[in-house]
Design a protein around this ligand. Structure first.
Ligand SMILES: [Zn+2]
Length: 387
């Protein structure tokens, strides 16, 4: 790969013919049309979300270095930005009045309203640009290397770059496009941002059962994303029909896995909804995220809910009371041992040999308070189960 360092290119030249596409969330062209700012394999513009675009303009005004920018020289008249598209897009958006910065007095200031000397300073700022010439594979390898700095690439952003082609282009139009009206609905179940490829990543993870890279390799040159869309919509439709209420804790759950495990079972949405509300009102449930899988699985696996257990103070108090009563009656302090007929019927267990038990089981409505606590020997407690 051949590289040439250019030190004389100004912001004015780079921003000549700058086009920003709101729909795609991308800075498209610059350098009088010769520069493609965000080629297909690049991630979307994220500096606005990250609150970093004003920092780029502040840096220019203060004369701080903006760092190296890399162009891929496709031919004599065509360049693509390899690294630096976020910085260039920030500048292009600012001089095109897409956002304002705060001046020394904390007042909003857009480009056209700035003092002439400040405008000139911005236009005349020179950027440090490396022009790279070489094979596509070599260039992409390089791209992976240099992007380690700055905001790290997400895994899916990297995969999009490595497997760029018709499939990724179509998939991004659907899943990485904030203008897609479905994003808000999907956002109830999926965490992250469309721009950072979180929705695309989930869609691919679900359809591929976790083998995203394998799936992208296989479909790289597909001219449609039918299967991907169908599977994704099946999962979303299933979740939203089984759980008619949308709760915050649903966001980011493993819906793909849950769909595979449970979509063939029939549920009554009205009963499910009542169960969800009842569990949400239960103060002893520590893990609300577990409520959905708990219900899907038939409301048996209480481990998913992380039900709050008795604290040490309650256990000590109940142990002391039970033990002194047992000693008076010369019976075991484990109520189950006390009614038995073996050698343990008068055994006094130590605190460490006993465990707390809900007299009335939690699943049957038993509370986690002292009144509902009894200490049992470990053998009897474990034999009781279903708590
Ligand atoms: Zn016992």
């Amino acid at each position: 790969m051949k590289t040439t360092l250019k030190t004389n290119m100004t912001v004015k030249e780079i921003c000549e013919g700058f086009v920003y596409n709101e729909l795609e969330g991308k800075g498209l062209f610059g350098l009088s049309g010769k520069l493609t700012i965000q080629p297909e394999y690049q991630r979307n513009y994220i500096y606005a979300e990250e609150g970093r675009e004003t920092a780029v303009i502040d840096s220019i005004l203060k004369g701080y270095p903006l760092g190296l920018i890399y162009f891929h020289k496709v031919n004599d008249d065509t360049f693509e930005v390899l690294d630096g598209q976020q910085r260039i897009t920030s500048i292009g958006r600012f001089v095109n009045e897409k956002f304002a910065i705060k001046d020394e007095n904390g007042m909003q200031q857009n480009f056209s309203g700035m003092a002439e000397n400040k405008k000139t300073k911005i236009w005349e700022t020179k950027l440090l640009i490396y022009e790279c010439e070489g094979e596509e594979s070599e260039i992409k390898d390089w791209f992976k290397t240099i992007n380690i700095a700055g905001i790290p690439l997400r895994n899916q952003e990297l995969l999009n770059a490595v497997y760029s082609g018709s499939f990724v282009t179509l998939a991004r139009e659907e899943f990485s496009n904030r203008q897609n009206a479905n994003i808000q609905k999907w956002g109830a179940y999926i965490s992250g941002s469309a721009n950072r490829q979180d929705f695309l990543e989930r869609a691919l993870e679900w359809v591929s059962k976790g083998n995203i890279e394998g799936y992208m390799t296989l479909h790289r040159h597909d001219k449609n994303i039918t299967e991907l869309k169908k599977y994704f919509n099946s999962v979303i439709d299933w979740v939203s029909s089984v759980f008619t209420d949308v709760e915050n804790e649903m966001r980011g759950l493993e819906w793909g896995r849950l769909y595979e495990e449970y979509h063939k079972k029939a549920y009554s949405p009205a009963k499910v909804s009542a169960d969800v509300r009842k569990l949400y009102g239960d103060p002893y449930i520590k893990n609300r995220k577990g409520i959905f899988e708990y219900i899907l699985g038939g409301s048996v696996d209480t481990k998913l809910l992380d039900v709050r257990i008795f604290d040490e103070t309650i256990k000590r108090a109940v142990y002391a009371k039970q033990t002194s009563e047992a000693e008076t009656k010369e019976k075991s302090n484990c109520p189950h041992c006390a009614i038995g007929h073996d050698a343990n019927k008068s055994k006094i267990w130590s605190f460490g040999e006993m465990e707390a038990d809900h007299v009335s089981a939690w699943v049957k409505g038993g509370a986690t308070s002292a009144k509902n606590c009894q200490m049992l020997c470990k053998t009897h407690n474990r034999a009781k189960g279903n708590r």
